[in-house]
Write a protein of this length. Sequence first.
Length: 300
Amino acid sequence: MWLLLALAGPVLWAVSTHIDKYLVDRYFRDSDTAVLMVFTALTGAVMLPFIAVFVPAALAQSALSIAVMTLSGILYMGAMLFYLRAIQTEEASVIAPLFQGSTIFTLLLGWLLLNELPGWRQILGVALLVAAMISLAIVPGGKTRKVKPHTVALMAAATFVIALSTVLFKYFAVHDDFWSTTFWTFVGEALFGAGILAIPHYRRQFARLLRTNTGALLSVNAANELINLGAGLGVRFASLFAPVAVVSAISSTTTLFVFAFGVALTAFAPKLAHEDLSRANLIRKGVAAIVAAAGVVLAS
């Protein structure tokens, strides 16, 4: 049972990655992805009263915990904004391994801010992650290879912000209760969305998209948020019945599922996703995904 729960995390996160790619390609070709964050913030805001009713303990937190968890939500939205802009420029199977850069930044920030010295096993894991990310950041082009610094820079920013949020939690010794964290993270997301709406340019884009694609955007976004919530719950409950290290190792297979789903969608539903299915590209991405997963296991 715990294995199914642990696998639910990476499978659902992989599905969410492809939904993000679909949303960006389908609705945000001519709009800034910052507007998509408003729809995400709305979905989280709608869930707040339900969490408050069913888990009243979420409201009984210290002021410091509330501040850190709310800041975590704001940072998460900032990271997602960088991520969505990156996924506009590249296939989902390339972006997913780059997300593992958060492990690298978490180790570095833990060393700088928490004096946590990484061991040789973690250093080897980071080296594998760097190797995987470099192989995906370099695109074959005839006899030369062209580096795409824009995509890498966006994902580096996204993963750095995620790592910063993780280290802040530990630095302030905030108790990571799932529903309390979820509630106040959604509050932070709502504040971020309100900040975007305060900018007239984004507000006009949001109003236009809301008029033309209300049902589709709200329903797909809501489904995506529920998928992410289900993934987090699956991993959380799996950790209660199995060693955390084992669950973490299973969670690191998200990249592999993103790659597999991308290939399947391209073959059977090309309108929903497009991946380069050339033999050389499949081998390159497959090897990079496996190396990235191994790196996360070691570094974690």
